[in-house]
Design a protein around this ligand. Sequence first.
Ligand code: NAP
Length: 463
Amino acid sequence: MKRIVLTGFRGTGKTEIGRILAAQHHVQFLDTDSLIEQQTGRSIPDIFHEDGEERFRTIERDVIAGLPAGDAVISTGGGAVVDPVNMANLRRDSTVILLIADLDTIEQRIARSPRPPLTNLPLQEEIAEMLDRRRQNYHASADLCMDTSGTTPSTAAVIINDRISRGVVTPSARKDALAFFRGGRLAAPALRRLEEILANPPADPLTRLLGVAGYPALHSRGPRLFNALFAEYGLNNHYTFFEDPEIAKILQLARSLDVKGLSVTIPFKQDVMALVDEVDEHAAQQIGAVNTVVFACGTATGYNTDWLGVRKPLVSLKGSKAVLLGAGGVASAAAFALVDLEMDVTVLNRTPEKAKELAARSGCRWAAWDTFDQIRPDLVVNATPLGMEPDTRSPLQEEQLYPDLTVFDLVYTPPVTPLIEMALAKGCTTITGTEMFIEQAKEQFWLFFGIDVPGETIRKYLS
Ligand code: NAP
């Protein structure tokens, strides 16, 4: 048996259910809050009261890092999932079960708890606020999800054991999925791996799929990168290609297969928004595009990580004068990032109406394509496909470039595009599309698993 880790808010039943599961599997039960109290010789309310939450989280992180690697059922504190280091330690070679419960049930169960409040709000409001704040972290932590409202701990344990031994995907869903993948263009080794995962009975019922949803999708570097990361972090997941002209079909398949997450690419970033249950309000809704879908506890949530891929390499250029070339899907994410960095942005596009529309939507200016030389920006971002293999064109000519210009080409195939080559020759500062790819993939991995992968690790697997 793999180590079982229980995550979830207070009052979802982690301790009681954990004890029952441990007894049934004849392994030790460890509760991280109890371990903290044993190791410090103080109660958790005392640590919070005397040293504050930050100190508590440091102790918790050390306790989690020291947990045994196998033969145990582990119950974690409600806030442990927020820390990416905890998530890397808890997820390694483990099955993580997220326990959830409705608000009234949680309130009833914890009303008499001596634990200190985390906010100044009345209890039910505090629970709702904390659940909302940690929702994404809880979802990222889950290999399996179990709603404990209206169940006894022993019934919950029976259901969990059944899910661990048989998984949650029905034989008919596995059969349909196999037909989907066999009817596609997957190479033989990729198909063989899926045949093992989707067999009846499957090689391991808990191996959860992820993938890139696109049409076409087979050019994606996602499977190579993510599968290498799964091996590195000890995750029981497999990442594949979901290639089909209909995104609705891919979403339906993903739901029936209990897929953990999808990276969404051309041409589905807009259409997928109508097919998920929720769209992240902060960025995806404003950008008008979703490139990441996370499935957890029956809900599909759409996010956009492209904008962070553009933003992170440009942090030091905050407040600059920028020109954005293009007004398509990626340009929309780039405009959001540049405005977020308080830049003075002008959008130039082949079709001026689209530049005007993007500018109005994102708080930028727009202008005709041939006004680039008059603007003389500090930064130019290429969000058109010009220069993407096999195209060898550049959106700008060499004489339009100057040494104090920063050139960020979002095209990443080839790694050094004609525009980047010219910019280097002119002494410009250059940023390649690979940097965007790394940052957006890093963010995606965090949304999927709650783990913060160093950019250098991603770079290693891309090269
Ligand atoms: P898109 O929605 O199809 O938009 C393409 C944009 O480029 C449109 O504004 C289009 O102008 C313009 N364009 C197309 N062909 C052109 C040409 N021959 N001359 C001038 N402008 C042209 O595509 P997208 O999803 O935004 O992707 C754009 C590029 O971003 C991709 O090709 C890819 O290389 C890159 N990308 C990079 C990453 C990364 O991680 N680095 C991720 C995703 C995408 P019109 O409005 O006139 O059609």
